[in-house]
Design a protein around this ligand. Structure first.
Ligand SMILES: [Fe+2]
Ligand SMILES: [Fe+2]
Length: 288
């Protein structure tokens, strides 16, 4: 029987963008009972650039921590293991995926859209009283990662899709389905599954254009769907550096799961530009 095409593409791409060894050791350690803060800290410390990036994020205005955090063990005691996991995931993913070459979309445009979606998702998650809001930040940051794979593996087809969709990400998604039989959401989810990211995150990414298909992750998926739709309404956050002729409305189904007051909706936009500029300067590791 033929191998699932999504798995086949991911298999042939993953060596190019596999996470560093430290990532696997870190994951193993946090999933092992009785691991201590020192054990985790010793593993992370083996990669000085990871330490530097993580501390930069932890000490950024984004976290609002008053006293400077200068070690990984202190970072864990201040922000907790869940947030550390999410920051490390973000830093490792941005570094690894930035290695994929594509001429179709500027890396800075791709990551601006990703950060914009992540920041909006975090705000929305807070408004919706989601327990671990950083999980939504990571899902927002990585939601379109499959696009990078498709742009690099199928440049001709992707160029056609980009031209035809003209800044409309929903249309882009539908054209992929028509042309390939799968989408960037499927590729991204499969790739991150193979990285060992939790199902809740990979399933959220899989259904970010189809948020209500799987009840297990429906709230997270609705939040990412809304954050993504809103990002595409800002020139700073669009996925292709241009606004579509007509902005997409989010899928109606999400309002069954998300209830926001008009004030909360307005606040989602407030401060976005400043926060976005800060986040980009903090998190993007290279001058993209
Ligand atoms: Fe997408
Ligand atoms: Fe997107």
């Amino acid at each position: 029987m033929d191998m699932d095409p999504v798995k086949k593409i991911v298999d042939s791409t993953k060596t190019l963008i596999s996470p560093p060894d430290v990532w696997f050791r870190f994951n193993e350690a946090i999933n092992t009972p009785n691991t201590t803060i020192e054990d985790i800290s010793d593993i992370v410390k083996t990669d000085p650039s990871l330490v530097a990036n993580v501390l930069k994020v932890v000490n950024s205005p984004y976290y609002g921590i008053r006293n400077k955090v200068d070690t990984i063990s202190r970072a864990i005691s201040v922000i907790g293991m869940d947030d550390l996991y999410n920051i490390i995931t973000s830093v490792v993913a941005v570094n690894s995926f930035s290695k994929i070459a594509t001429d179709l979309v500027k890396p800075s445009t791709f990551w601006r859209h990703s950060f914009c979606t992540a920041i909006l998702a975090r705000k929305l998650a807070k408004d919706c009283n989601v327990l671990h809001i950083e999980r939504l930040y990571v899902a927002g940051l990585l939601h379109d990662i499959g696009n990078l794979v498709l742009y690099s593996r199928f440049p001709v087809e992707s160029e056609e899709i980009i031209r035809e969709s003209d800044g409309d990400e929903e249309l882009h998604f539908r054209l992929e389905k028509k042309m390939f039989g799968f989408t960037h959401a499927d590729i991204g989810a499969e790739l991150l599954l193979q990285w060992g990211l939790p199902d809740v995150l990979t399933n959220t990414i899989r259904q970010h254009h189809d948020p209500c298909v799987n009840e297990d992750v429906v709230l997270d998926a609705c939040i990412i769907h809304l954050a993504n739709t809103l990002s595409n309404c800002f020139i700073l956050g669009t996925y292709l550096e241009r606004l579509p002729e007509k902005s997409n409305e989010p899928d109606e189904c999400i309002w069954k799961y998300i209830s926001l007051t008009d004030k909360q909706k307005d606040e989602v936009y407030e401060g976005l530009n400043d926060e976005l500029a800060d986040a980009i300067s903090i998190l993007i590791p290279y001058n993209l």
